[in-house]
Ligand binder design. Structure first.
Ligand code: BGC
Length: 714
């Protein structure tokens, strides 16, 4: 451990500002004119670079070691840099995208994947991950829904906290742990019209009830850092939003960890039009507790002047620097500035591949099954058709050191599982939204006709989701729908496997397809998992953590909406009814939907009593039976509704879930406890309260609630 106070005493103001600055790795390793130009454009000198505190976007552990070594040779204070990365869904071994992980409803599995990733990331030279991203999402047009666990605050909180605990462990000095930075605070997922970086306008009660809880849960779980979001929230960019950064984060939640801006977000305060120049931008960000500036150089260029002018004090600067040095110290950077980074790239291992495979099986959602699935392993002729039949680009947008070419495709997975079978692979058509080439259709149809079973692999390319990738239309591309119709006409023993980074519109496909298995972007072992699920080696158990709309125009669409008066629930459009002309209001697949090869029968929901006082609790018992000969997992969910309150309340709200394994024909009783804080909402006096009266508890899933029982809160 270093004496960081002593180090601080010896530092110049500029060196201190260096500790509050982070830049891309290429600034430190490339020497070509473009990079030199970039340094000049940032207004930085070589001297500044030698005291920078943090790096992102480095490519390999070797690069990390080189940058650190050269830095330590130059830095007068010998303060190691921190290397941060977007380790979002795996580092070397890529597991399913976070939206898929949400569908697992399995925090233990999330933990296992995050532990594996932390260990790999340490060896890859990472000490801080910009994870978890817990932005609450309701609009599938937004490409970054793939990074979120979905549209439920409670689920997001559980999953986010599980990741933080798994990444950080109990002791940051342990070289199997990394620090976690929760993001993007706040409400980045509320972007208008699902367009990335767009304006967010939200009422305080919606923010408090849906958008904020998961960030808070991650901080309560001990996240060391937080990143404000790019967007404006009710007119003010988060990095300059004193209500968010001071009132909520600091005063209410008591967060004393490190705040790091998003990429160039301090400079972007000028683009937002809330800072007239760089100095104003630096002033706004630093005043709102932003400790580290990522990628722009407003701090380097203006913070010293602002201190000289007395806008900020040296004590304020020192406080921020001490936080940074303290984190470096606790991570053990002063003792080992390479902190377990390998000398060469790390390799995939069978053990980690196995974790990724199990995760992909656990996250896949069986959306429809008329009975064709599982296919019999005894089939001898299989046609694997479609743009994702033999496509390695299924690992998802944020894949660090993962490599597409090392992922297992669906066709490869099936061939490995059934080495004796004759597997024909036909692409059929492309996956781009504007593809029109149908020349591969005949071959696809012929292969389908000749096969005993057809696996039709459709979806959107993996670079259609993730940062900056918003979509206007979520419908499965027309050419793929045409291919699907032709193939299913040729052979009805067809299962469709879908790949996407968001809910896509499958309304027309659903009419034609006997079965649909949604894999999301499943990661390195995606094809192995798909094969296992299709042929019954694994049993699907994922449940949607985000609603699938019937049409793009329904977005934003989510399960936990308030009572809509004159709600045209189904059927044709009715005048003076909250309905659409073309479709009913219900989604195609609701939050919580997901089939299994087992048959789970919900036999009863019992309450330990029918009323409770605020300091009491009620035990809920839900009895579920696996009425099949197939072992499987079921996520038992508990929903709450407060039918009459001073604010209109959601028609359904998830307050508990447990994913349970059932042997064939096994019956289990699953217990939940309901306490008063679970019944609270943000009222008109700006407080979280519960109101006495009747509450309803149900199980099942959104829009399909069953076994409802009431109790009274006295
Ligand atoms: C993204 C963040 C990410 C950062 C660093 C930004 O553009 O919004 O999520 O952590 O880049 O890569």
């Amino acid at each position: 451990m270093a004496d960081i106070k002593k180090i601080l005493e010896n530092m110049t103001i500029r060196e201190k500002i260096g500790q509050l600055s982070q830049y891309d790795a290429n600034l430190f390793i490339d020497t070509d004119a473009a990079v030199t130009g970039h340094i000049e454009w940032l207004g930085l000198s070589d001297g500044d670079l030698s005291c920078v505190g943090h790096v992102l976007n480095f490519k390999s552990p070797a690069e990390m070691r080189q940058i650190q070594r050269e830095h330590l040779e130059k830095d007068r204070n010998k303060i190691p840099m921190l290397f941060m990365m977007d380790v979002i869904h795996g580092f070397r071994t890529i597991y399913p995208i976070p939206l898929a992980m949400g569908c697992s409803f399995d925090p233990d599995m999330v933990k296992e994947c995050s532990r594996m990733t932390a260990k790999e990331a340490v060896r890859g030279g990472v000490q801080v991950t910009f994870t978890p991203m817990v932005d609450y999402v309701r609009d599938a047009r937004w490409g970054r829904v793939m990074e979120s666990t979905g549209e439920d605050a409670y689920l997001n909180s559980v999953m986010g906290a599980a990741q933080v605990r798994a990444f950080q462990g109990d002791d940051l000095s342990d070289k199997e742990n990394i620090a976690s930075c929760v993001k993007h605070f706040a409400a980045y997922g509320g972007a208008e019209a699902g367009r990335d970086y767009n304006t967010v306008e939200l009422s305080e009660h919606t923010l408090r009830e849906h958008y904020l809880p998961a960030y808070k849960a991650c901080l309560d779980a001990g996240a060391e850092m937080i990143m404000p979001s790019f967007n404006t929230l009710n007119g003010i960019p988060s990095t300059a939003n004193s209500w968010l950064m001071k009132t909520i984060l600091k005063d209410e939640w008591g967060f004393n960890g490190i705040v790091i801006s998003d990429y160039s977000a301090v400079k972007e305060l000028m683009d937002h039009g809330v800072a007239e120049d760089g100095k104003a931008a630096a002033r706004l960000a630093f005043d709102n507790n932003c400790d580290i500036e990522m990628c722009s150089a407003m701090y380097f260029n203006h913070l010293e002047g602002l201190i000289e002018e007395g806008v900020f004090t040296l004590e304020q600067l020192d406080k921020a620097v001490l936080k940074v040095l303290d984190l470096k110290n606790r991570l053990g950077m002063f003792d080992d500035p390479y902190r377990g980074a390998d000398k060469t790239d790390i390799e995939l291992t069978p053990e980690n591949r196995d974790i990724a495979r199990r995760a992909a099986e656990n996250c896949a959602v069986l959306l429809k099954n008329d009975g064709v699935l599982p296919f019999k392993k005894s089939v001898t002729k299989i046609a694997v058709i479609g743009p994702f039949a033999d496509n390695h680009n299924i690992i998802g947008f944020w894949s660090c050191n993962g490599k597409n070419e090392e992922s297992v495709t669906v066709a490869e997975g099936i061939k490995r599982l059934l080495p004796g079978a004759e597997v024909t692979v036909v692409r059929g058509c492309g996956d781009e939204w504007d593809d029109t080439d149908t020349s591969g259709f005949d071959k696809a149809v012929n292969a389908a006709k000749a096969a005993d079973a057809v696996v039709l692999c459709l979806g959107e390319p993996q670079d259609y989701s993730g940062e900056g990738n918003s979509r206007l239309e979520l419908e499965l591309h027309k050419i793929q729908l045409e291919l699907a119709r032709a193939v299913i006409d040729a052979n009805t023993n067809t299962a469709v496997v879908t790949f996407s980074g968001r809910p896509i519109v499958l309304t027309e496909l659903e009419k034609a397809a006997p079965a649909i298995l949604n894999m999301w972007f499943p990661g390195t072992e995606g094809g192995t998992a798909a094969a296992n699920l299709l042929f019954g080696v694994a049993n699907p158990s994922g449940k949607l953590s985000m609603t699938f709309p019937r049409a793009t125009g329904q977005c934003p669409i989510y399960y936990n909406h308030t009572n809509i008066i004159k709600y045209g629930k189904s059927g044709a459009h009715k005048p003076y009814c909250a309905s659409y002309i073309e479709h009913d209001n219900l989604p195609l697949y609701s939050f919580g939907h997901g089939l299994s090869y087992s048959e789970f029968v919900y036999e009863g929901l019992e309450l330990s009593k029918d009323s409770m006082k605020a300091d009491e609790s009620i035990e809920i018992s839900i009895t579920v039976r696996n009425a099949s000969d197939i072992a499987g997992k079921e996520t038992v969910m508990l929903y709450m509704c407060d039918p009459v309150a001073s604010n209109a309340r959601p028609v359904q709200q998830l307050i508990g879930f447990k994913k349970i394994y059932f042997e064939p024909n096994e019956r289990k009783t699953i217990k939940f406890t309901v306490t008063e804080p679970m019944l609270r909402f943000w009222n008109n006096n700006n407080e979280f309260v519960s109101e006495p009266g009747e509450f309803r508890l149900s199980t099942g899933y959104a829009d399909h609630l069953i076994l409802t029982k009431e109790f009274v809160l006295k």
